[in-house]
Design a protein around this ligand. Structure first.
Ligand SMILES: Cc1ncc(COP(=O)(O)O)c(C=O)c1O
Length: 479
């Protein structure tokens, strides 16, 4: 038996008239299915006495409901919820009909705000030349989801569904330690590893724990905007160092170290972002020597280690560092799919402990089920098989893309690794080309992040046909 006193609460002080409050409450419960189609409602006299209001108020509410088509009044039979309810239109979500304030009544701490550019705005474009993202259609989602389901049914795993360690689920820490030691020539133990949401979280945690306001931070020019913003947000003062076809100019770094106390250096030695060049072996060694001599920390971002086409990938600087200078950061978001949000940070244990503590204040822990499933995919070889497969696919895609690109009025070098071609526009401003391209259905970056009349054109996420269609549109935009 439904309790109408409980279903309908009346506030006689409210601005909304009582009869409308009753009508709105009844509509709400009809919509929610509590008052089902066709059921009889109490007569107006009974409802009035149940709600403690005048009978005329209830009559006015029922009239309103009948006018809107929510109920039918049948002579000598009573009041019924209509069998054919008025069409329930989804409410349009718009900023105009919100009652919640659009602006805070208090000031925000602008020093903490980050002007992060929104670069993945695809809009209605049919094709996207992205920043160098993997083809998510190739990601081993079936295996991952199957393993997540299996684990969720295993009682031994169920404790992981409760609160867990901020550094990650132990099975993944163990599996990834073995994998990194095998593939990257590292010699780490699980206590020197932390699972993060991605490379970006590793960069953020490390930056927060190293940089004090005013500290000097070396970055590449051109460089990775998101890392630069992270360092600035932590209070760092950026010192952009030129990047040539052998990577960061190490002589310029040494000169700078002689003048100022450098606290941190950020480097992407495997495939520099955005140009994809490799840091030469000599420069790697010199950088490590400089880090030890001048006692600065190195963040080695190896975000697309897996994708190397020329020969086998080059071992990270972290594999040569025994002095505790290098923090090695990587991600599975490029290996599998960007939305998986899973990465890692290798560092001396004291930094890992501090990073796990810092993580707690923003994100209590990671996704335990996903971490557990990934541990299995590492140990049963599924990740390695996936990487081997997609490296072949992406190499073919790189070659196809570069041959298409060579017919355009642009300059580029075929990258030895990564998922994008650093492309210079010879005779047209890249911003104008991107604007024209957007009008004809192709989204690409307008190069404003780089300031070199150049941009990254991602090839990995498009198959041959898609590449051909995208490059045909780019050719039109250039013409
Ligand atoms: C150079 C570089 N580092 C780090 C990241 C961040 O990776 P994640 O998505 O794992 O946070 C990216 C993303 O594109 C990148 O280009």
């Amino acid at each position: 038996m439904l309790s109408f006193q409980r279903l309908i609460t009346i506030n006689k002080q409210a601005e909304t008239p009582v009869y409308l409050q009753i009508a709105h409450a009844l509509i709400y419960h009809i919509r929610m299915g509590v008052l089902r189609r066709g059921i009889q409602l109490p007569a107006s006299r009974e409802l009035a006495s149940l709600l403690g209001v005048n009978r005329n108020t209830v009559v006015a509410a029922l009239d309103e409901l009948q006018a809107q088509g929510w109920i039918v009044m049948k002579p000598r039979a009573g009041v019924f919820v209509a069998d054919n309810l008025p069409e329930i239109k989804p409410q349009a979500l718009s900023d105009n009909n919100t009652r919640y304030a659009a602006q805070t009544s208090f000031d925000l701490n602008t020093a903490r705000m980050v002007p992060f550019p929104y670069i993945h705005k695809r809009g209605t474009s049919s094709y996207v030349l992205d920043d160098g993202l993997p083809d998510v259609r190739l990601a081993p989602m079936d295996a991952l989801l199957r393993e997540m389901r299996r684990l969720s049914n295993i009682s031994a795993f169920s404790r992981h569904l409760s609160r867990g360690a901020a550094a990650g689920v132990q099975s993944l820490l163990d599996a990834l330690t073995v994998y990194l030691n095998d593939t990257r020539g590292l010699h780490i133990s699980p206590s020197q590893l932390m699972i993060t949401r991605g490379a970006q979280m590793g960069i953020f945690l490390a930056a927060q724990l190293i940089i004090q306001p005013g500290d000097h931070v070396i970055v590449g020019e051109p460089g990775y905007h998101a890392a630069n913003l992270t360092f600035q947000q932590a209070g760092g003062v950026l010192h952009p160092i030129p990047v040539d076809d052998q990577g960061l100019d190490v002589d310029a770094i040494e000169q700078l170290c002689k003048r100022i106390k450098v606290r941190l250096l950020y480097v992407v030695p495997h495939h520099h972002y955005p140009t994809s060049v490799m840091l030469s072996p000599e420069r790697r060694m010199r950088l490590l020597e400089l880090a030890a001599a001048y006692k600065f920390a190195v963040i080695e971002d190896d975000y697309d280690y897996d994708y190397h086409y020329l020969s086998s990938p080059v071992m990270p600087m972290a594999s040569l560092d025994h002095s505790g200078s290098v923090i090695y950061i990587g991600t599975l978001n490029k290996t599998l799919a960007p939305a998986i949000r899973m990465g890692f940070m290798v560092a001396p244990s004291n930094l890992i402990d501090a990073a796990a503590g810092l993580r707690r204040v923003i994100d209590y822990q990671g996704d335990a089920l996903m971490e557990g499933a990934l541990a299995t995919l590492f140990t049963d070889g599924a990740v390695t098989r996936h990487v081997n497969k997609v490296v072949r696919v992406y190499q073919e895609r790189r070659d196809h893309f570069c041959s298409l690109l060579s017919s355009l009025d642009v300059s580029f070098k075929i990258p030895e690794g990564g998922m994008a071609v650093w492309t210079r526009f010879n005779n047209a401003p890249v911003a104008e080309v991107a604007a024209k391209a957007a009008k004809i259905g192709l989204h690409m970056s307008d190069g404003s992040l780089f300031n070199h009349n150049a941009t990254r054109l991602g090839f990995a996420s498009l198959d041959f046909e898609e590449q051909e269609a995208a490059i045909a549109l780019l050719a039109k935009a250039l013409s």
